[in-house]
Design a protein around this ligand. Sequence first.
Ligand SMILES: O=P(O)(O)OC[C@H]1O[C@H](O)[C@H](O)[C@@H](O)[C@@H]1O
Length: 550
Amino acid sequence: MMAPKPARALTELPAWRELEQHARDMKDVTLRELFDEDPFRVRDFSFDELGLYADFAKNRVTRDTMRMLLDLAEQAGLSERIEAMFAGDKINVSEDRAVLHVALRADRNATIDVDGHNVVPDVHEVLDRMAAFADKVRSGEWTGHTGKRIRNVINIGIGGSDLGPRMAYQALLPFSDRDLRVEFVSNIDGAEFVEATRGLDPAETIFIVCSKSWHTLETLTNAGAARDWVLAAFNGDTAAVARHFVAVSTNADGVREFGIDTDNMFGFWDWVGGRYSFDSAVGLSLMVAVGPDNFTEMLAGFRAVDEHVRKTKLDRNIPVLMGLLSVWYNNFLGAQTQAVLPYSHYLAHLPAYFQQLEMESNGKHVTLAGDQVDYQTGQIIWGQPGTNGQHAFYQLIHQGTKLIPCDFIGVAKPLSDLEHQHDLLIANVFAQTEALAFGRSEKELRDAGSPEAQIPHRVCKGNQPTTTLMLDQLSPRSLGTLIALYEHKVLTEGVIWGIDSFDQWGVELGKILAGTIADEVTADGAPSLKHDESTSELIRRYRKSRGRPV
Ligand SMILES: O=P(O)(O)OC[C@H]1O[C@H](O)[C@H](O)[C@@H](O)[C@@H]1O
């Protein structure tokens, strides 16, 4: 399935041409100049809504830049694409699928049709079953095979079936039941499973095996290890599986074949992409941890942004503006990367989560019509929680040679009693964005008495753009809001670039080759290797180290 070619290629759109010229004019304009010239900059480049303050003022843009970017959005058909997504159109063209993560948080009374079928009641039926299960585990009603209360919940999944619940669990730790231990196992490296289960009593442990496809090697292998671990504790009594395993998947046959009762399966649908799925049944481990009410609150946060993106004019549409700024830096000012810097211990896994969201969505080389792109697409997302990063890689942002737009994410209200530490944490957010924007000039250094020889080394040129998102508080609701903002930011970029943000064919090649090589690595006799010499030699060396014939 291919989309028809657009009437005009992206780079031929009038707004694109205008932005190219404008970027040349803006190349040497500094943020200092932009602030000096425009007294209303902060008023007009910031937003206080959705439970957060979004400050775009420290971006290297003028009002003209924003006007041109908004023209580009219009000429690329952004509003129509947003509507098409909400309407259930099959905007994932390469897989011929609707893209409806927005249905996962739709109000119970809403109607969203896919092929003439309203999917909202299906979504709520699963949410209700999840809530019943979560309540049973939390209350102790759901017991293990020997009647013991469940104290450990282990989510087994990878990619979209891991990063979302893992990130959100950490984010919402203050809202979670501290008597329950929740672990996440994703890697095929058995060490992760061994460490996650070390010291745990199988009789008190439940596994949530989470795989949309139920074909993923890592997940099925880890689930197999988990089953062996449980059965070993119960003398091979397979009746124990029903009490210690539940599944989250779209593949009922696969789940049944694995031996998990489909009564203990929580479904979702092919119109939910893995990286857009933790507000579906994929969030079951999270719901067990924080309880159904908090999960519902989180969905409300997502929904508020869905309504915002759909109903707000583009020039005041926060996720759209975030996406357009990315396009500006990525396509017109030559930035390759974007840093995500959460100033919250609880948001520590946000960069990893956004890596998948953004890089798997927009790391694409052809347009919807299958034509090679002749412009940059998805950017490299990276980051670490503040202030740790300040003592590691920020040096390169302050004084290196690369343009690195940064998103600073802070939380106004502290979640710990150590209020003074929270003040210091937030002070660092503001200090960093100020230093990155305005730097420190030769003159300032000289006036402050810096030794002459050090001045060139000490100069910080500034002009590194930042966006600051300050949440009023960290809560289930604000987490939903934050994640939905980035989901729609990614959508905005993908629409401008004219790519399919919802497939991930690039991941497949490595999976296929891994299957072949796994056979060659484990074969009893010396395998005949049909790889390049480098790969063959790696396989031979590994086999030798394991005492296998080569
Ligand atoms: O949920 P699963 O089907 O097990 O998939 C897990 C992950 O693996 C795949 O390779 C994809 O790249 C991801 O998008 C997906 O989230």
